[in-house]
Ligand binder design. Sequence first.
Ligand SMILES: [Zn+2]
Length: 333
Amino acid sequence: MSLTNAQYDAIMRRYEARQIQNRHTTAQRLKEAYSRSPRLKELEDAIASTAVSRAKLMLDGDEEALPRLKGELATLMEEKARLLAELGYPADYFEPPYTCSDCKDTGYIGAEKCHCFKQAAIDLVYTQSNLKGILAEENFDTFSFDYYSREADPAMGGRSPYQAAADAVAQCKTFIQEFDSSFHNLLIYGDTGVGKTFLSNCVARELLDSGHSVIYFTAAQLFAVLEKTTFRRDKGGEQSGDYQNLFDCDLLIIDDLGTEFSNSFTTSQLFLCLNERLLRRKSTIISTNLNIPQLAELYSERTFSRVTSNYTMIKLIGSDIRILKKINGAANG
Ligand SMILES: [Zn+2]
């Protein structure tokens, strides 16, 4: 991950701010709960001092007194849990409200950067913060099958748009479930407005929520990046800096492939990038309005078949959802 010092400091300052906020929230909760139940304060103090005594005995090697203290501690904890429940507090009410419980909002797990740090770096470098706003709206909870007709489509061998959408959602959910155990890529294709971007956003949201790093690019944005940076393997086999994220992120989404202005240079860069991700077994989702023969024509048969043989093809059909939404909006308003 190629961050400048200023970018690194900006991320670390956010973690510090979160930690301060956590301590503040915890202190407030303790104060409020103690004022409602002074016994809770006595218990917390007793638990703390018993824990200290226990640690001391362990250091002294005094084995005999240990079981007694262990029993005392358990009794105190039980009473505390009971009291918290009586007061209507959750059991972890005095735990800091971590944004990321894996690293306790420090950004690190041991000496390793936490997944949340990696995503924060991606967000910063690629200004992906707009993605979060979109994902709040476009996810599996808001995905609606209502826009897909149940009428059989002869061009699809009698399948209906609804069936195609149901299959697509099922395939995407399998992709998510198996994400950590087996390597898959998706190519989602179909006409404008049949929900391709929405579907890839659903996947992005689930994977971000489970702590994976995701980069989202429209093809045009990606090609702009590719144009600026030349992919090359240096003598030592290292890649130049900016490419690291494109190769290393857990999921790369390329939206609307085929609409960008491309030339032979950027096209070759694109396929080097996709190929490198294949070699590293890092997943990619591509969405496109073009069909497979059109893609092969645009990007050359040979390179494209190399990619498609490693992708699961998902076809969506139906009417333009954006238009349907407008019609519905007008009817309801
Ligand atoms: Zn974390």
